[in-house]
Design a protein around this ligand. Structure first.
Ligand code: AKG
Length: 266
């Protein structure tokens, strides 16, 4: 298959709300996996795999994982979608267990919050790969593909979540997935120790509405999990180029106070 140009990647992402970049991190993935494992002893044991284990902020814990924010291929791919001066707004590392029901991650109208997701094991449609409903991020489709109704698909449609029409983003370690927070997504059939981590990125806030969204994002999504916008290691190892992605969230960290209500597209 021919490689898509950056303009084609952006057009695809804007239309469908997701993008898969096969093998973008294939040379780095062995090192990434050992760094991932190095964070998890801090989380504590869960020997029977009965519940999700996660760690926030994740990449901030290890100098080598922090360098993902310096990776030319990742910077190019994300910068192409949301601008080269995007904000890094947190990350989570996970040992998922079982299914993840249909949901959206946020609903900001600026449509500018995205996730970069790395699955560290081979996952397929029925073994826990990310499933997305293409185009469900568009304003008109937020209503049509209602998140609450889809989450309760058995009652509302008489259909198990695993049978909701979707696109499966089957994945080999080293592939990189990007998706808009507003896209409905889920996974089914995963093992009790499915390793993945994500980085959240947002368009740099350039007008009052985007600043308002950023304040809301920080209050609602980051503050409940982290005492400061970034881990010590992230800041201590940052080059001036990386700092471009780390300046805005600290500026607005103190604003907002209470959680803003999750923005809807109404
Ligand atoms: O892999 C999964 O089970 C779900 C991942 C997810 O929902 C997310 O990262 O937002």
């Amino acid at each position: 298959m021919p490689t898509a140009s950056l303009a084609q990647q952006r057009a695809f992402f804007e239309t469908y709300g997701f993008l898969k970049l096969p093998g973008l991190l294939k040379n780095e993935i062995a090192g990434i996996i050992s760094e991932f494992e190095a964070v998890f002893p801090q989380v504590g044991p869960n020997p029977d795999g009965s519940k999700r284990r996660f760690f926030v902020p994740f990449i901030d814990q290890r100098p080598a994982l922090c360098t993902l924010l310096d990776h030319p291929g990742l910077l190019e791919a994300a910068g192409n979608l949301i601008g080269p001066d995007f904000n890094y707004v947190g990350s989570d590392g996970n040992y998922y267990t079982g299914d993840t029901g249909w949901h959206r991650d946020s609903l900001y109208q600026s449509s500018s919050y995205i996730k970069v997701a790395l699955y560290l094991d081979r996952v397929t449609k029925d073994t826990g790969c990310l499933r997305v409903i293409p185009g469900s991020h568009h304003d008109a489709n937020i209503k049509i593909f209602d998140g609450t109704i889809t989450a309760e698909s058995e009652g509302n449609f008489g259909v198990h979540g695993r049978d909701i029409p979707h696109f499966p983003l089957e994945n080999e370690p080293g592939d990189v997935l990007l998706f808009n927070h507003r896209v409905l997504h889920a996974s089914f059939g995963g093992s009790t120790s499915r390793r993945m981590f994500t980085m959240n990125l947002g368009r740099r806030a350039k007008d009052p509405k985007e600043v308002d969204d950023l304040i809301s994002y920080l209050s609602y999504h980051l503050k409940p999990h982290a005492p400061t916008p970034y881990g010590k290691t992230m800041l201590e190892t940052a080059s001036p180029a990386r700092m471009v992605h780390l300046t805005q969230p600290p500026q607005f960290w103190a604003a907002g106070g209470e959680h803003y209500k999750l923005r809807t597209a109404k």
